[in-house]
Design a protein around this ligand. Structure first.
Ligand SMILES: Nc1ncnc2c1ncn2[C@@H]1O[C@H](COP(=O)(O)OP(=O)(O)O)[C@@H](O)[C@H]1O
Ligand SMILES: [Mg+2]
Length: 328
């Protein structure tokens, strides 16, 4: 059953340099109990897309069109109050940098119990008990003591555990995590991924996970949405995507995976090996935005953006000349 249905979502920012197309006709859905990963290089519109989905895109210069159906109701036409109600209750958000998503002057206990005060009928004592339980669930020792501590008293990994506890506080049906491990060091990244995987297994909530790390995708996702220059270029079940990436951009991302046996590669190396650069979203080329970097481009690619076409069951690519061969 579909929990979230994003239909033809476009977000355009009016900038001094002209309209910047951060998301262009983005469509994908998330089923109940499903984890969907959104991947793509930096600047491809991943964060803007989830900001629009959560109703957090309040930039005065943003123009949004399309529909985002959450439980059948369109989020984009909801009032600010309804959107705030959704966020924190039905949706839990986890951000890249726990230092910026936590408030430095408020105690962990306050930040954990505040959403419970807003969205539940729990008493003060019940809120405290639940907060302690949540901290235990995310693997923090001494939960009672943590309630009285402030973010700066915790390590980066512990802080991210706290933000995950806050996201889980009201038992949301959907968790959206925007690069939750990017700001952490490698061993801590692995611990946080393990935690997210365990929570997913135990709670069965749906998850949208933004990442530029295909290792994270392989570890967590059921289905993958590949974004390039504001467009969804491919969606596929995770196994199909890794076996036969259909869009040349997906294939290029896979070739760019750092080789862990090469000592020159940093373990946390981002996808920086795809030759060329993401185009300026205010100066998109005609046709397919990937065409200037694409080794499979044909004449049509310079003319028109290809529509999404089904390549195999559940796998769709927006490409005039998709790859059909298994990855070498
Ligand atoms: N408020 C804004 N005003 C203008 N441009 C923005 C704004 N927010 C994001 N952008 C632009 O939208 C594009 C997509 O950004 P983003 O969604 O953050 O990319 P990603 O998360 O994939 O790295 C970028 O070019 C970014 O500069
Ligand atoms: Mg981002």
């Amino acid at each position: 059953m579909t929990l979230l249905d994003v239909q033809d979502l476009s977000v355009t920012f009016d900038t001094p340099r002209g309209p910047l197309h951060a998301a262009s006709g983005v469509s994908f859905s998330v089923a109940r109990d499903e984890t969907v990963a959104i991947v793509g290089e930096s600047g491809c519109g991943k964060s803007v897309t989830v900001s629009a989905i959560t109703g957090m895109l309040d930039a005065a210069n943003a123009r949004i069109s399309g529909a985002v159906l959450h439980d059948g109701a369109d989020v984009l036409t909801a009032t600010a109050r309804e959107q705030r109600g959704r966020l924190g209750r039905a949706i839990g958000m986890i951000f890249q940098n726990p230092m910026t998503s936590l408030n430095p002057v408020l105690s962990i206990g306050y930040q954990l119990t505040e959403p419970l005060k807003l969205h539940t009928a729990l008493s003060r004592r019940e809120r405290r008990a639940w907060a302690i339980d949540l901290l235990r669930q995310v693997g923090l020792s001494d939960p009672e003591k943590r309630l009285g501590q402030y973010p700066h008293e915790l390590s980066g990994g512990m802080r991210q555990r706290v933000t995950i506890a806050i996201a889980l506080a009201c038992d949301p049906e959907l968790i959206i995590a925007d690069e939750p491990t990017t700001a952490l060091d490698v061993t801590v990244q692995a611990q946080i991924l393990d935690l997210l995987r365990a929570l997913r297994r135990e709670r069965g909530s749906s998850m949208v996970m933004i990442t530029h790390d295909l290792g994270v995708v392989a570890a967590l996702a059921d289905r993958v949405v590949v974004m390039y220059a504001g467009h969804v270029v491919e969606t596929a079940p995770v196994a199909a995507l890794f076996a036969v990436p259909a869009h040349p951009y997906t294939a290029a991302l896979m070739r760019a995976v750092p080789d862990p046996t090469d000592p020159r590669e940093r373990d946390d190396a981002p996808l920086h090996h795809v030759p060329g650069q993401v185009p300026d979203l205010a100066r998109l080329p005609q046709g397919c935005p990937f065409q200037p970097r694409c080794d499979r481009a044909v004449a049509a690619c310079v003319q028109t953006m290809p529509p999404a076409m089904e390549i195999s069951p559940g796998q769709c690519a927006a490409c005039h000349n998709p790859c059909t061969e298994a990855r070498a």
